[in-house]
Design a protein around this ligand. Structure first.
Ligand SMILES: C[S@@+](CC[C@H](N)C(=O)[O-])C[C@H]1O[C@@H](n2cnc3c(N)ncnc32)[C@H](O)[C@@H]1O
Length: 293
């Protein structure tokens, strides 16, 4: 790799600051209602005859179900942590299905904390403004933790994985649903690399971890029984919704004579490059990782 490329990559990494993530989600969270009426801020999981390709939320909610299935927590009095919880769409799903568990979410965005907590009133859920790399949860206190498309903001960093390990009770599980690289960043072809950089810029991501390195890191930290499932083909139908969702969103804005906020543009750009990255199937994959403490 040339020196210029290395400098460019370092610049890109440095440029994803906590402030940028907060600005992005404080401004763009409302736009996600167009993606999901249930405020799911992630892609979906398609199962023929159970979910419908035409009904996006049926696939997005199925992703939530797949994550909860793998957590295997007791359905009464368990304490679950949602690490990077958005406006609480996944928490709402969990509490609809399992009303007797308790779910605490963390997010960097004050907007998501305020709006999310309004929606969680009188339910067993709460959202805190905290960094998932340094939470206030006690060591060995959580019965199950999950991170859906949130650890990518910190490049699937060791700190985030280690913090999840710290807070989990022994034998309890961490479930991650996210996109990962199938090879090292340096090995990406020009096309993949371009899509990857634009995706990271658009969505304020520090980067995607390589799936093999992330598995190694989980093992180093002490996680056991690590299962890695490549679910790219299940996720693809919801990724294909992106161009339609983007077009619909822009048309709605034009029709209402509303201007697009800068963070909304960034979000649309990120979504478009997520689709384009998804087409590079040798470089990117979507995985469900289950790991036990
Ligand atoms: C794409 S959204 C996903 C939200 C939710 N998991 C879902 O699937 O609907 C990413 C979330 O991660 C949160 N996030 C990013 N970096 C974070 C950090 N260091 N600590 C806590 N939350 C973080 C953002 O604030 C945002 O809520």
């Amino acid at each position: 790799m040339s020196t210029l490329t290395i400098i460019h990559k370092l610049k890109l990494k440095k440029s994803v600051t906590r402030e940028k993530i907060i600005k992005f989600y404080d401004e763009a969270t409302e736009d996600y209602e167009f993606w999901s009426k249930d405020f799911n801020m992630h892609f979906g999981y398609y199962i023929p005859f159970k979910t419908s390709i035409l009904k996006r939320d049926s696939m997005l909610n199925e992703m939530n179900q797949q994550v909860y299935n793998r957590l295997q927590v007791k359905k009464q009095n368990s304490l679950v942590a949602d690490l990077g919880c958005g406006i609480g769409g996944v928490i709402q799903y969990g509490l609809r299905k399992y009303p007797l568990i308790h779910i605490i979410g963390v997010t960097l965005s004050p907007f998501q904390v305020n709006e999310g907590n309004k929606r969680l009133k009188h339910k067993n859920g709460l959202i805190l403004e905290e960094n998932y790399c340094h939470t206030s949860f006690k060591t060995n206190s959580i019965d199950g933790a999950y991170a859906i498309e949130s650890f990518c903001h910190s490049g699937h960093s060791k700190q985030a994985l280690q913090e999840a390990y710290r807070i989990l009770k022994p034998n309890s599980r961490l479930v991650i649903a996210d996109a990962f690289l199938k090879k090292d960043e340096e090995q990406l072809c020009i096309g993949s690399n371009y899509c990857y950089e634009q995706l990271c810029k658009g969505w304020s991501l520090k980067g995607l971890g390589s799936i093999q390195k992330t598995k190694n890191t989980l093992e180093q930290i002490g996680f056991k029984n690590i299962t890695i499932e490549d679910i790219s083909h299940r996720v693809a139908p919801s990724v294909l919704h992106v161009p339609f969702a983007i077009t619909g969103f822009i048309l709605k804005k034009i029709f209402r004579k509303e201007t697009l906020k800068p963070q909304s543009w960034k979000n649309l750009k990120g979504s478009l490059f997520a689709l384009l990255s998804g087409l590079h199937i040798k470089s990117f994959g979507y995985y469900l990782i289950t790991a036990e403490k």
